[in-house]
Design a protein around this ligand. Structure first.
Ligand code: ADP
Length: 159
């Protein structure tokens, strides 16, 4: 069984993430979207909120499951019996950091591969931080996040 792991902060999930999830889920048997519990990054949405928004957004994808993890990604991947980490690449700016992470993970776990998927051209400018910045100042986030979570993102800034 081909199991892929797609890790990230997903603070919150965007249509750029959704594009990677939908494309990756077509070339594996099972895709785990893994929400990182980070103690250094201070997310806007709690881990429970990020997982819940993602679960709603992927409810139409039969072979996709949402989980959270802490600690080393390679340990989580091994625990899931997976061999592949999926990452999305937007622009050259993503490359250096992603290369460093992929090489580090390769050193720690040589049998685990990191596969990169090029972002859809329509979402190559899109990041969770951009969505948060827009929502904060009352900008339009339609088409940037899954429709079913739009209200939740806007509500976060109304409080
Ligand atoms: P962000 O950079 O938006 O905060 P994450 O840390 O949640 O995103 O990223 C998780 C993964 O999704 C990373 O591999 C990242 O490169 C990828 N990703 C994020 N936004 C996009 C996008 N618009 N298109 C393709 N991949 C993306």
């Amino acid at each position: 069984m081909k199991t892929f792991i797609y890790p990230g902060s997903f603070d919150p999930v965007t249509n750029g993430h959704m594009d990677i999830i939908e494309r990756a889920s077509k070339i594996c048997d099972k895709l785990f979207v893994a929400v990182l519990i980070s103690h250094s990054k201070q997310p806007l949405f709690s881990m429970e909120e990020r997982v819940s928004l993602l679960k709603r957004a992927v409810s139409h994808c039969d072979n996709v499951e949402v989980e959270c993890f802490s600690g080393l990604l390679v340990d989580y991947v091994a625990q899931k019996n997976a061999k592949v980490i999926i990452k999305g690449l937007r622009a050259v700016s993503d490359f250096e950091y992603e290369l460093q992470m992929a090489l580090l993970n390769q050193k720690m776990a040589p049998d685990i591969e990191t596969l990169f998927m090029m972002s859809n051209i329509n979402y190559s400018f899109l990041s969770s931080s951009m969505v948060k910045e827009l929502a904060k100042y009352g900008g339009n986030i339609k088409g940037l996040v899954p429709e079913c979570i739009e209200e939740d993102v806007l509500r976060k800034f109304k409080k």
